[in-house]
Design a binder for this molecule. Sequence first.
Ligand code: ATP
Ligand code: MG
Length: 443
Amino acid sequence: MTENIEKKTPAAKPEKLVAVKGMNDILPPESARWEWLEGKVRSLMERYAYRNIRTPIVEPTALFVRGLGEVTDIVEKEMYSFEDKLNGEHLTLRPEATAGVVRAVVEHALLYDGGKRLYYMGPMFRHERPQRGRYRQFHQIGAEALGFAGPEVDAELILLAHALWQELGLRDVRLELNSLGQPEERKAHRSALIAHFEQHLEQLDEDARRRLHSNPLRILDTKNPAMQPIVEAAPRLLDFLGAASRAHFERVTAILDASGVAWRINPRLVRGMDYYNLTVFEFITDQLGAQGTICGGGRYDYLIEQIGGKPAPAVGWALGVERVLELVKEQGEAPPAPVPDAYAIVPDAAALPTVMATLQGLRALGVRVQMHAAPSADAGMGSMKSQFKKADTSGARFALVFGADELARGALTCKALRDGSGAQTEHALADLPALAATLQSQR
Ligand code: ATP
Ligand code: MG
């Protein structure tokens, strides 16, 4: 039966499948740059005593609606939300990670014995118009300090990010600060803001008109150039702050000043999510075009309660990995390309069991070895010439030649590929540590 069917309908060439628009593959050698950045972040987080947290990529939709605020770009139009076909649950691919971290902290009562410092790395999803520095699947690295109320933690997080730019060799990243005060202080500002925008209704775009009464603060965050003048002239939140909020802000900036971190006030900085209060900040560069914000964050003292936890203060930031790496490419230190120490050349497949056992031993001693693998099932290992060519393109500093004659003597030949000498030395298989030391030299 099946045979007949196959004969009647010759297999059509399967349609080529490509990645979803705005979602990118990260391929070698580019992925090495990602690993390099992640390594720098891990080492830095350790120095500041931040611990890694990993939360699910899918969360209940309600978490983001409640956490981020209904009248935000993300919740209004950027979320990948769907109904689980099997049980009807409303789920969303996380557009950011703070809400999930807070959910986890509350769910597992992590604050029962005091504050926690956490960091995460991973993919986020937002249905935006893809362009340079703006993707639908992108990656964030974030740090959160939960359960601490003082300005020293705001400053610590800013200093941590600043240290990361230095580690990455980035220049010309400026720090912009603002204070959103407390909800009470925002009320008076809100009325003044609405009055100001109502006087210029004709200059407001559709989004702004819609938000005028639901979330006027968000209008300050507009990316519409036509609205810049009226936004520029809007009442400044900083002018509405009481003594306590002003003192908090000044204590943050005093710490930054003492550490030599330059900053400037941006009165229009409000950030995209509803959950912020007091300190908000962004790190911005002019070198990435319109997508110049590489990192943003602030204090969110009311989010934990909003998500159902016992009220506790918190502050954090998130950086965009794609944007930071783009900037690294533009001006930063280039990460060293990973190259093997040695490339194993195998003239005869009969030697493979000995070869593999030897390489296993070398790798256990820390040597990076790339093994020559047969290009096709029946052509043997390939000619010596083609194997040496592969060794060359691998970037390895040494070739390990497992010739029959040497193997018969319990040895192999080690040939220098990069120092111009082409020096060949014979090494006894019985003394792998000595060979390993040679191979790891000149790294
Ligand atoms: P923007 O104003 O550029 O839309 P945002 O305020 O929405 O940014 P956050 O939600 O604060 O951004 O996220 C923190 C960081 O994550 C941003 O500063 C940026 O570097 C990065 N980021 C945000 N959205 C994207 C995206 N769609 N693609 C790539 N990176 C992004
Ligand atoms: Mg955005």
